[in-house]
Structures are given as C-alpha cells and as structure tokens.
Write a protein that binds this ligand. Structure first.
Ligand code: KG4
Ligand code: ZN
Length: 350
C-alpha cells in the first residue's frame, strides 16, 4: 500500500509518500519560519494562508516522484493537535484528493507521528519502548506497547521544553524560531558560569515543569548587571544544561520504573545536539538502547504522517468523509488501529 501523508498543523507545510515494502519514497517540506520571524512567533492566520499557497505545488512534487496520483492507495493527514485553520487546509486537500481518487483517507495524531518517526530508520526500535516526546507544544514520557497503545508516564505541568527554549531565546534577544538559535548561542557559553534549577528532579514522579526556568534566567541576568554577548551566551549555556539534565534524569527514571530497555527521543527539541549526546551517554551507562530519528524527522515533517497513515490504513482502519481538525487531542484518547475506528474524523473547532 502506498500512502500520501500531509502535514499542516503549525508552520511547516509538508507532504510525503510511504510504501509498505519500499519505505519512504518521497518527502518535501516548506518551512514558514521566515514568514513568521518578523512577529517573533507563529501568526495563525498567516500560517493558514501560506499552507494554502504552498501545499498543492509541494504535493505535485512528491506525487511526481512517487509515480503520480494514480499510484496512491490511501491518504493520511494531520488532524490535530495544532492550529485549527492550518489543520483545515491539509484536511480539506487530503479528503478531496482521496474522494476524487476513490481511496481511503484518515486523520492522524501529530504527536503519534513524532512518536513513531524512529520507525522510518533502517534499524527501528522494537516494542515496547519508552519515548520522550519533546516539541514546542508537548513534553511527554510515554510507554509504547504498540501502535495506538500508549501509557503517558509523565508530562509538563506548564511550558513544554520547546516552548521554554523559545521563550528564553526571546528574553535573550534572539529571533524566531528560538530553540536552534539558543542552542547555537549556548555553544559559545562557558559551562558553570550560570547554574539554573533542575525542576522537579528532587522529588519522585515523571512530570516536568519548565516555566520557572525562564524566570530564573531573567533574575540571574538582572542580578548580573551589564549584559554583554558573553554573559548572554553563558546564560544560554546554563539554561540548555538545566533543560537537558532534567530531561535525562527523567528519562533514566522512566526506564528504571518500567524496566523497558529501549528509549526513543522524538519531537523538535530532539534535534538538540547536547540532548542527543547526553542521552546517548546515559543509555551507554545504564545499558539501554537509545534511538533517535534523524534530525529532519525530529522536527515537523510529513514522512512520519505518511508512515503512521500507512500503519493504520494497512491495518484496515477507515473513516467517513468528515473533515477533522482538532486543536486539542489528548494522546490518552488514541487506540490501536481498528476496522471501524473514526479516530480523527470529529470536527472540533473551538
Ligand atoms: O516538533 P516541532 O518541530 O513542532 C511542534 O510540534 O511543536 O518542535 C518545535 C520546537 C520549537 O520549540 C523549537 O524551538 C524546538 O522544537 N527546537 C529546538 C531545536 N530545534 C528545534 N530546541 C532546542 N534545540 C534545538 N536544536
Ligand atoms: Zn511537531
């Protein structure tokens, strides 16, 4: 089965084709980062309009690489969580294309896409695994038993890790998107010049809390007095160390609690080099396999949506024609692929 995947949940327009036997056949992505940079963050209406402009040309490109529309046996699109206007663009295009071609179409969960993205790699992890999902909107630790079988072990009580990176980057005068820019600045920072808390690591449990960290950075910089380039870099380094160490401590705790021997890191913050190095070192220390999708499949992409669509469609899952777009969609509502499921088909526009 050859499945077209469409991703438009936030500020990346992406399309990909995945086939059961050959794996990923084509994938394309257009980032809107430059469009939103002037505003310091994603402007939802501009995002929707840009998806409208870019999605069809992008689709033409991947479909040409994959043998044309006729070669597609199914369509999957991100139906949530995300910006509703942006999601509706992908949903409407996916449903229309599938209807015109007479092939099945399903709406899938964006974070489930991130979670299963490591299955795109040559030596994919087997089930069960523990996954750390770290993106702009979510920070979750999940025990994954199989497709659609997830136990959420812990989550952020306030800001997601990516959100904390973005907000702290703004405080340091960096542009959008903040995470990668803060990471680049941190490279020039001196370790130990600033030390920030490792939130919630001194008590049991697997939840996270990152909102206090940005306040700690503001207070530390205020007390520091004059703000030159080196002290900004030092603060960025201290902040990155604090987030990374907190994430590593919680991952190790999740592995110990569950007894699971494989750890997957997914989501945009998974592209962070320091996090990668520290998690790999921890995995070696405790004898656990650590699996990362390649950096381009850590951040938003359609390859993970095409793969997830393939897993569900090939298992027989089908939906009616409703155009689904959900701003919020807890992972706990997900279930394994089933013949009559309507997992992404409800329209819940707030
Ligand atoms: O998964 P993603 O592309 O989109 C969401 O679903 O949210 O994640 C985006 C987040 C942003 O907060 C971005 O700043 C962060 O991932 N990010 C990074 C890095 N690359 C992306 N954060 C830290 N270091 C990076 N290298
Ligand atoms: Zn994402």
């Amino acid at each position: 089965m050859r499945v077209l995947g469409i991703e438009t949940s936030c500020d990346e327009t992406a399309a990909a084709v995945y086939e059961g036997e050959r794996g990923l056949i084509a994938h394309e992505i257009h980032s809107q980062a430059a469009l939103h940079a002037a505003y310091g963050g994603v402007v939802p209406e501009l995002a929707s309009r840009d998806h409208l402009r870019k999605l069809l040309p992008l689709l033409k490109k991947v479909l040409a690489e994959a043998g044309g529309t006729e070669a597609v046996d199914g369509v999957a699109y991100t139906s949530g969580p995300g910006l509703v206007g942006a999601l509706l663009v992908g949903a409407a295009v996916a449903r229309s294309l599938a209807y015109a071609r007479g092939v099945p179409c399903i709406g899938v969960h964006h974070m489930e896409g991130h979670l299963l993205a490591p299955l795109l790699e040559a030596d994919p992890p087997g089930f069960p695994f523990v996954a750390l999902l770290v993106s702009g909107g979510h920070t979750l630790l999940v025990r994954v038993h199989g497709v659609g079988q997830y136990d959420v072990l812990g989550s952020s009580l306030d800001d997601a890790a990516g959100e904390a990176f973005d907000k702290t980057a703004k405080l340091l005068g960096l542009g959008y998107p903040g995470g990668p820019q803060l990471a680049a600045l941190a490279e020039r920072g001196r370790p130990g010049a600033f030390r920030f808390p490792r939130p919630l690591t001194d008590r049991p449990g697997l939840d996270f809390s990152f909102s206090g960290l940005k306040t700690a950075v503001v207070v530390a910089l205020r007390n520091h007095g004059e703000l030159d380039e080196q002290s900004r870099a030092d603060a960025a380094r201290g902040f990155e160390e604090a987030v990374v160490e907190t994430l590593v401590i919680k991952c190790q705790r999740a592995l110990e609690t569950t007894g699971v021997r494989t750890l997957v890191i997914a989501g945009g913050v998974g592209a962070n080099r320091r996090l990668r190095a520290r998690v790999l070192a921890m995995g070696e220390r405790v004898g656990v396999r650590v699996v990362y999708p390649r950096p381009e499949f850590c951040t938003d992409n359609a390859a993970m949506i095409a793969l997830l669509g393939h897993l569900r469609l090939a298992a027989g899952q089908r939906e009616d024609l409703a155009i689904g777009a959900r701003a919020r969609w807890p992972m706990s509502e997900l279930s394994p692929p089933s013949l009559s499921s309507s997992v992404g088909s409800s329209v819940a526009v707030p």
